[in-house]
Write a protein that binds this ligand. Structure first.
Ligand SMILES: NC(=O)C1=CN([C@@H]2O[C@H](COP(=O)(O)OP(=O)(O)OC[C@H]3O[C@@H](n4cnc5c(N)ncnc54)[C@H](OP(=O)(O)O)[C@@H]3O)[C@@H](O)[C@H]2O)C=CC1
Ligand SMILES: CC(=O)N[C@@H](CCC(=O)OP(=O)(O)O)C(=O)O
Length: 342
């Protein structure tokens, strides 16, 4: 059986990554591609690395005929996404990559994103898209909210540890390095090569990054009480990849054992042998997340490092993994490619 999908936001980075992944998928076919300022152009014009593919043209969203489309990937900026999704057919399955449907509480959404939510009913209906922890709900969902890429990295490292109580949940520090494609393809002054290369900087200082909303919601749910972590992201001059380093109070071998047990049956999350360090080089272009654990020389302190590719496991790969579940396809289909190395 072949399923038909559409991608809204095909001209963006995550849209292009979805096209790359789905091009190799045996049972999903791209039926429609929607773009905004680039509507009217072909994918090959916007993304020459995809020129070998036989793809529909990128059209304005209003030109898409939804009859016969089983699932829509929505790869649009937040706020735009909720407006667009509100106008889509009610029986269409949707995987949204934006932040619009991740937070359950409309007040929390407004706090972190600055605008009132315009589709509160759908916000309630949506399932959080961290596949390894919401597999059953995602399988039965109509609308799935892909996670933030930083939020996914931090959760893979910390969620099982918070759930098990093996670390002190009031003293978690997450120090994270994010590559620039996480900011999307739109032109921004501080992302110009001259301002980004040969240096790196912290941003959202003081635990003000909007992915804190996801950490607050998810970690508190897991712990059964309010959890707040200290989270500091940095922008690094790399194209792809996120490396998150968590500094926790807890016994290192117990931390390692907890993570090994939590991910023992997971294909895409690999806990490395004790003491080995993950690298963004080892997951680049793949749907894998690597996690490493080591003891610190300070007694009782442990380092947990997680690496994933923001455009695959952090967004489009995760989105395809979720779509596979929603369509009743094998979860790993189209996603088992090896990382690109070196
Ligand atoms: N990049 C990443 O690593 C991750 C991104 N995300 C989220 O995924 C979503 C897409 O991100 P990304 O692909 O990086 O973003 P890009 O900026 O690369 O692409 C944005 C897409 O949205 C379209 N678009 C922009 N403005 C409008 C508008 N007003 N109306 C309709 N369409 C519009 C653009 O169309 P056009 O180019 O034709 O104008 C383009 O296709 C965002 O919500 C982002 O936060 C989530 C996790 C990770
Ligand atoms: C490097 C960079 O800027 N990364 C983005 C995260 C990308 C992401 O996950 O975006 P959404 O939450 O908007 O979907 C950031 O830190 O804001």
């Amino acid at each position: 059986m072949t399923y038909s999908i559409a991608i809204l936001g095909a001209s963006g980075y995550t849209g292009a990554e979805l096209i790359r992944l789905i091009a190799g998928h045996p049972s999903i076919e791209i039926k429609a591609l929607g773009a905004f300022s680039k509507a009217g152009q072909t994918v090959a014009q916007v993304y020459p690395h995809l020129r070998h593919l036989d793809l529909p043209p990128m059209v304005p969203f209003s030109d898409i005929d939804w009859a016969g489309i089983d699932l829509c990937f929505c790869a649009l900026p937040h706020k735009t996404s909720q407006e667009v999704i509100s106008g889509l057919p009610r029986d269409l399955k949707i995987v949204d990559l934006s932040a619009d449907f991740r937070l359950r509480d409309p007040d929390e959404y407004q706090k972190w994103y600055g605008n009132a939510h315009s589709a509160v009913e759908m916000q309630r209906e949506a399932v959080y898209g961290l596949t390894e922890f919401y597999r059953d709900e995602i399988t039965n969902a109509r609308l799935v909210a892909g996670t933030g890429c930083n939020a996914a990295t931090g959760q893979f490292a910390l969620r099982p540890l918070i759930a098990s109580g093996v670390i002190d949940i009031d003293e978690i520090v997450l120090d994270l390095k994010a590559a620039v494609s996480g900011a999307g393809r739109a032109l921004k002054e501080n992302l110009l090569h001259a301002e980004l290369s040969e240096g790196y900087h912290a941003y959202a200082l003081g635990s003000t990054h909007r992915h804190q909303g996801e950490f607050d919601q998810e970690f508190s749910k897991v712990a059964g009480r309010d959890v707040r972590i200290q989270f500091q992201p940095h922008l690094i001059p790399a194209n792809r990849g996120i490396l998150g380093t968590a500094y926790v109070r807890g016994e290192a071998l117990a931390v390692h054992e907890t993570l090994v047990a939590a991910y023992a049956d997971e294909v895409f999350v690999e806990v490395l042998p004790f003491g080995e360090a993950p690298s963004t080089r080892h997951i680049r272009g793949s749907n894998f997340c690597h996690i490493g654990v080591a003891a610190d020389r300070l007694p009782g302190r442990t380092i947990v490092v997680a690496a994933l590719d923001n455009l695959t496991k952090g967004s489009s790969g995760q989105a395809l993994q979720n779509a596979n579940l929603m369509l009743g396809i094998e979860e790993t289909e189209g996603l088992m490619m090896a990382p690109l190395f070196p």
